[in-house]
Design a binder for this molecule. Structure first.
Ligand code: KIV
Ligand code: NA
Length: 268
């Protein structure tokens, strides 16, 4: 089968076919995901939490990201590999290009992700102009944890919701080709998904996104944290292979996430 491309993901949105995505940090996990039909593998800076045992992602360096991206990339035959630009690695357009160059050249990433809205437009535009595919990330932004104070649902009030819709449109106009939406009410995710032509990939953002992503350790029930938006796919399945296949099947069928995994504007 042919490798998944960005035009393929856009075509999936246009046809209404859901995109299945998971995080991976190593070759064994990436190979299982690739074989199960996951279209997009995210080497997330969540590796700070689930691999390194850190309380936040702030300690993750570009070297860490390059190393894990290279591990994943070797096993991803079909899936598109997306790597996170870590905290403080994209403060200026020039720094962002240097950082992205390492993820792409040394890590083998095909796309990079960065957190933030209108304040990142200069960086997004510059990367896009250099033909570096960019994925945006709105809603809960874990790299902003020291400002936010805690990991919480975002975009519940009208003002922040309107601002987020504007940010999504601005990112797409600036050249972003995908958009991750993390921990926002499903109604807002639905509005953003309708407002932009680029595919949206949700985590804790309800079933109306164009695709879904979960952290690998969370969907296998390995994490200590119990998250409303997550489901343990290993429970009720015979093994890891079966768990990943079940995830892909449920995302494609639109049965995951259900209401019990989603947040509503007026309370879960
Ligand atoms: O780092 C990560 O795993 C992420 C996802 C939660 C979207 O950014
Ligand atoms: Na991340």
């Amino acid at each position: 089968t042919d490798p998944v491309t960005l035009p393929d993901l856009l075509a999936m949105k246009q046809r209404g076919e859901k995109i299945a995505s998971l995080t991976a940090y190593d070759a064994s996990s990436a190979a299982l995901q690739d074989e199960a039909g996951v279209e997009l593998i995210l080497v997330g800076d969540s590796l700070g939490n689930v691999i390194q045992g850190q309380p936040t992602t702030s300690s993750v360096t570009l070297d860490h990201m390059v190393y894990h991206t290279a591990c994943v990339q070797r096993a991803a035959r079909r899936a598109l590999v997306l790597a996170d630009l870590p905290f403080l690695s994209y403060c200026t357009p020039e720094q962002a290009v240097r950082s992205a160059a390492r993820l792409i050249r040394e890590g083998g990433a095909q796309m990079v992700k960065l957190e933030g809205g209108r304040e990142r437009l200069g960086v997004v535009r510059f990367l896009a102009e250099q033909n570096v595919p960019v994925c945006g990330h709105l809603g809960l932004q874990p790299q902003a944890i020291h400002r936010l104070g805690r990991y919480a649902l975002q975009g519940r009030d009208a003002e922040s919701a309107t601002r987020m819709i504007e940010d999504a449109c601005l990112l797409a106009e600036a050249g972003a080709m995908l958009l991750v939406l993390e921990c926002i009410p499903w109604e807002l995710a639905q509005e953003i998904t309708a407002a932009v032509e680029i595919p949206t990939i949700g985590i804790g953002a309800g079933r109306h996104c164009d695709g879904q992503v979960l952290v690998w350790q969370d969907m296998l029930g390995m994490s200590a944290r119990r998250l409303r938006f997550c489901k343990d796919f290993l429970a009720g399945n015979a093994g890891v292979r079966e768990a990943v296949s079940a995830y892909v099947r449920e995302v494609k069928a639109g049965t995951f996430p259900g209401d019990e995994h989603s947040f509503g504007r007026d309370g879960p």
